[in-house]
Design a protein around this ligand. Structure first.
Ligand SMILES: [Zn+2]
Length: 197
């Protein structure tokens, strides 16, 4: 493998200049494509004409991967045992295994954070019989935008407790997948499970 040094020259396609350009390898802070964070001081190819970052050399990959991993959010909560059972059942129904609970939570969290969840709906979830029970089991979910989606959902619902929001999400999953068998969600999730497995 060819190791590059700062100030080495190269060539790449520049999206801004819309052609193949001469590049110089320099250390730059590079934002993630979804703006959720920045990889600091990483060697990249910079367009000599317009100064934008146009390439990421292979040797920079480990650093980028590590920083991405670090900045990935983790959602931690404690829930009553039957909430884990709901997730396992939903995952089993969609994939025949219990390995996709995180995918399902991420999907519903993201959808709910982009939806108008009414106060009444929220209240219905939090006061229903299934919402009761001692929080005896730990739930931990990793995901790229997971903390951002939770913050968004907190604003929409006016609920500041993450564990309450998790309860709402899981009760929504129960209603949507296990009870109503919402075909649109089921189809979407089955497809994403097929891609990620
Ligand atoms: Zn350019």
């Amino acid at each position: 493998m060819n190791i590059l040094k700062v100030d080495d020259k190269g060539q790449a396609i520049c999206e801004d200049c819309k052609k193949i350009v001469e590049t110089t390898y320099l250390l730059r802070n590079v934002p993630f494509s979804d703006n959720s964070g920045v990889v600091k001081n990483v060697l990249v190819g910079v367009c000599n004409q317009c100064n934008s970052v146009v390439s990421l050399p292979h040797q920079s990959m480990p650093l980028v991967k590590e920083q991405l991993e670090k900045q990935r959010g983790t959602l931690e909560s404690r829930v009553p045992a039957h909430f884990i059972d709901i997730l396992n059942l939903a995952s089993f129904e969609l994939s025949g295994s219990i390995n996709f609970t995180a995918t399902i939570i991420r999907y519903y969290l993201h959808n709910l954070s982009n939806e108008n969840l009414s106060k009444k709906e929220v209240n219905n979830y939090l006061t229903c019989d299934l919402a009761k029970g001692k929080a005896q089991k730990r739930l931990s979910i990793k995901g790229n935008n997971i903390t951002r989606d939770i913050e968004k959902l907190k604003k929409i619902t006016d609920i500041n407790s993450t564990s309450k929001l998790i309860k709402i999400i899981i009760l929504k999953i129960n209603e949507d997948i296990l009870m109503k068998k919402n075909l649109e969600s089921i189809h979407f999730l089955k497809t994403s499970i097929a891609i990620t497995s």
